[in-house]
Ligand binder design. Structure first.
Ligand code: TUI
Length: 315
């Protein structure tokens, strides 16, 4: 059984945390992951306070197990979401796309375990000082908003810099990635892309089909010019965005407008032409639909077997 102290602290069976994916991570997926023994996460990114409260209550109908909320710091609703997690007594939150410093004091006073997603050693250190329970070290292999470093370099660098638990993310979709993350010093993994094709994931069928058929070179990064690089599948919108980004006659505002609503169009409407299908590099390994429980148990049993067998590699 692959487990760590983090599992005990969070009240989960397996050290697998679900990514807080905008327009994807709803009560259905989060409750399925929590029921399977992982930590389900509801994305706060695409909801105002009222909508998030309703989604949290829906998840409570679907599971008795602990689940968390992701606070996306670039969201226009971040302030409302930051308050709802306290009012609703959410036990654990992850944050993304920024520095959650301004909310930390209130969250910690409410007894919430705060797990910021970081893309650098500097932010990991700062979060440890501010009282974070753990950090997710997320490499640029991930889908969505990314930093500069790869998982292979970021995870051990963060592990060496802080004493709090480190959760690895970015490019992890099977037991091999999970075992490697443990070898780099992580004590849990955060998984996004593989959960996109879970039966309990409610995204549009077109999104699932694109992920299932994607090969190793079918994601790309756009948005660097705007200061928020995002990894997504190479679809018509991503290619158009890239072309416009390189064109100095296109203003930043025009670029922002091109991306507006694109996550919704992908995840909820399955609009292959005009949607932005956020997805990690590991999509090439994600080839079958399964339940969240199958995904988690398969990953953990494979990682356990690999870690147990690793001694045979050393003479
Ligand atoms: O947040 C994510 N992934 C996301 S958020 C998202 S929604 C979005 N939509 C449009 C544009 C941008 C985002 C889709 N995917 N992952 C966590 C993450 N956080 N990755 C990288 C970071 C990060 C980057 C820089 C965290 C902090 C940071 O710097 C903070 C600072 O002030 O030092």
């Amino acid at each position: 059984m692959i487990a760590s102290k983090l599992c005990e602290d969070l009240g989960i069976k397996y050290p697998v945390i679900q990514g807080g994916m905008a327009w994807v991570a709803d009560a259905s997926l989060a409750s399925a992951v929590s029921n399977a023994g992982g930590l389900g996460i509801i994305a706060g990114m695409n909801m105002n306070g009222e909508q998030l409260t309703a989604e949290i209550r829906r998840a409570r109908q679907l599971t008795d197990r602990p689940f968390g909320v992701n606070v996306m710091l670039m969201s226009p609703y971040a302030d409302e979401v930051a308050k709802v997690v306290i009012d609703e007594k959410i036990p654990v939150i992850t944050t993304g796309a920024g520095n959650p410093g301004i909310y930390m004091k209130d969250w910690l006073a409410a007894g919430i375990k705060v797990i910021p997603v970081v893309a650098s050693v500097a932010l990991a250190r700062m979060m440890e000082k501010r009282g974070a329970y753990a950090v997710v070290a997320e490499g640029g292999e991930s889908g969505g908003h990314i930093g500069e470093l790869s998982t292979m370099a970021l995870v051990p660098e963060v592990c060496s810099a802080v004493k709090i638990p480190v959760i690895a993310a970015g490019g992890i979709a099977d037991g091999r990635g999970m075992a490697a993350a443990f070898m780099l010093g992580a004590c849990a993994v955060q998984v996004g892309t593989r959960f996109l094709v879970a039966y309990e994931c409610t995204i549009h069928e077109n999104y699932k089909k694109l992920v299932l058929k994607a090969g190793d070179r079918e994601t790309m990064v756009t948005g660097r010019r705007l200061g928020h690089p995002v990894r997504a599948l190479k679809t018509p919108l991503a290619n158009l965005f890239k072309a416009k980004e390189a064109d100095s006659s296109v203003t930043d505002e025009e670029l922002e407008n091109l991306g507006r609503g694109a996550l919704y169009r992908a995840a909820r409407e399955g609009d292959v032409e005009n949607g932005s299908f956020l997805c990690g590099e590991i999509a090439g390994l994600v080839n079958k639909e399964q339940s969240a429980a199958e995904i988690i148990t398969e990953m953990c049993s494979q990682a356990e077997a690999l870690l147990k067998g690793a001694a045979s590699l050393v003479r």
